[in-house]
Design a protein around this ligand. Sequence first.
Ligand code: CO
Ligand code: CO
Length: 323
Amino acid sequence: MKKVLEGLDEQSIPDGLMGFSTHDDCAIYPLPDGSKLIQTVDFFTPIVDDPFEFGRIAASNSLSDIYAMGGKPLFALNIACFPSDELPLEVLTEILNGGISIAKEAGIPILGGHTVKDKEPKYGLVVSGIVEDGKALKNSTAKPGDVLILTKPIGTGIISTAIKRDKAPSDMIQTAIEIMAQLNLCASTSMEGISISACTDVTGFGLLGHLSEMCKNSNVSATLEFNSVPFIEGVFELAQNGIIPGGTKKNLNFVQDDIDFSDILIDYQKLMLADAQTSGGLLISVPLAHSQELIAKLKDNHALAYSIIGQVYNPSDKLIYVN
Ligand code: CO
Ligand code: CO
């Protein structure tokens, strides 16, 4: 992906607009009244069998980037691919209904969309949102003295692979679905009124990938405490048994040189930290002095996780030190 972006022709982007450069979560476009329009798009192939649940997960995942920027979603458009020769159209209806149910939870309408005939179903949303002037949260502004908080447990990539290999018990599948379908709205609401340094959502690059991006863009280093990172129940055992997605292995390879791992960590534990997430939680960098207030609000708003997983320091040899 990086290679593709590097090969793009240069555009002259006016001041105040934000695009590819820091790999932040949304594009930003200033509006005449001083507020900012933020926009994001994401869509992917099914990771669970149930079409309605797939729709919920994909929609929640698409909305996540808006919440990661501290914004409010306004409306969405569907983007879908569907093999209409091979699957009954009711399946597509179910997928779209899953999307509608999540849009309702987010308090926004889905105002249209587009479907293309394709061999494999794909679904997601284009989401437009708004953020008040000066309130957009970035991934490039973490500060030494911050602590890091993650709002959902890790392991949905490993569980998705277990589902494909028929190695995931049904209660584990249900837990993973509920985690992936939960909107980051509750985490985003919790940040309101607290001075947050930086935020991003944990998705395809995994916790290590998104954290290293945050550190690099903020010119800081961070420590990560393996034992403080929340994992979904059962993920330890799956990872130990070698159930690891290809994307997760690639993630670890990609960031390995920027990370100093404690000698006591075993390879499968490093892979767990790099696990490619779908619709993961928010990774929040908050000054230590405000962290307990944030944790209390995350608890009140029923976030799925809220423990401190690491700390931010002045830049050092490595981006991340994992203890
Ligand atoms: Co994102
Ligand atoms: Co995205």
